[in-house]
Design a protein around this ligand. Structure first.
Ligand SMILES: [Fe+2]
Length: 159
C-alpha cells in the first residue's frame, strides 16, 4: 500500500483494495468471456447476439477501469495482468466448445449472474467497512450488471 493523504483508515483501504482486486479479476475474466461469446456464436440469431455480447463486453470494460482506478486511488496496486487474473478469478471457466446462440446466452448469463451476486455482496461489505465511496461504486456496477443480465436472460424467458 502507498502513503496517501486520503483520510480513510489504512486498514479500511487495505481491505477495500483486496475486495476490489477480487472483483477486478472477475471483471477482466467476464469481459474476456463476453468477447469469447461475441466471436464464436453461430446460428439464426447470429447478428443480434454477436452485437449484444459485444455490448456486454464494452460495459464490463468500463467497470474494469472503474475498479482498477479505485484500487490505485486508495493506495493499492491493481492486479490486472492476464497471469494475475487467471490465478485470482472466481468465475467458472467459459466453455470453448459451444456454438449455438442459446448455449452462449446460457453460459454468459451464468457468468454475469455470478459476477452480479459477488458485486452485490461487495456493496454491503464495503458499506460495513465504512467506505461509502467504494460501496457506491459497487452499487453503480451492480445496477448495470442487473440490466445486462436482463438483456441476456430475455432470450431465454419467452414462454
Ligand atoms: Fe468485434
Amino acid at each position: 500500500m502507498y502513503e496517501t493523504r486520503n483520510d480513510l483508515a489504512p486498514e479500511v483501504r487495505g481491505r477495500m483494495v483486496e475486495l476490489l482486486n477480487g472483483r477486478l479479476a472477475d471483471a477482466i475474466d467476464l469481459g474476456a468471456q463476453a468477447k469469447q461469446a461475441h466471436w464464436n456464436v453461430k446460428g439464426p440469431n447470429f447478428i443480434a447476439l454477436h452485437e449484444l455480447f459485444d455490448q456486454v463486453a464494452e460495459h464490463v470494460e468500463d467497470h474494469i477501469d472503474t475498479l482498477a482506478e479505485r484500487i490505485t486511488a486508495l493506495g493499492g496496486t491493481a492486479k490486472g495482468t492476464i497471469a494475475a487474473v487467471s490465478r485470482a478469478t472466481s468465475l467458472k471457466p467459459y466453455p470453448l466448445d459451444i456454438t449455438a446462440g442459446a448455449q452462449h446466452v446460457d453460459s454468459l448469463s451464468g457468468a454475469v449472474a455470478d459476477f452480479g451476486a459477488k458485486v452485490r455482496k461487495a456493496i454491503d461489505e464495503s458499506a460495513r467497512a465504512g467506505d461509502a465511496g467504494t460501496s457506491d461504486l459497487f452499487t453503480g456496477i451492480s445496477r448495470e450488471i442487473d440490466k445486462d443480465l436482463w438483456f441476456l436472460e430475455a432470450h431465454l424467458q419467452a414462454k
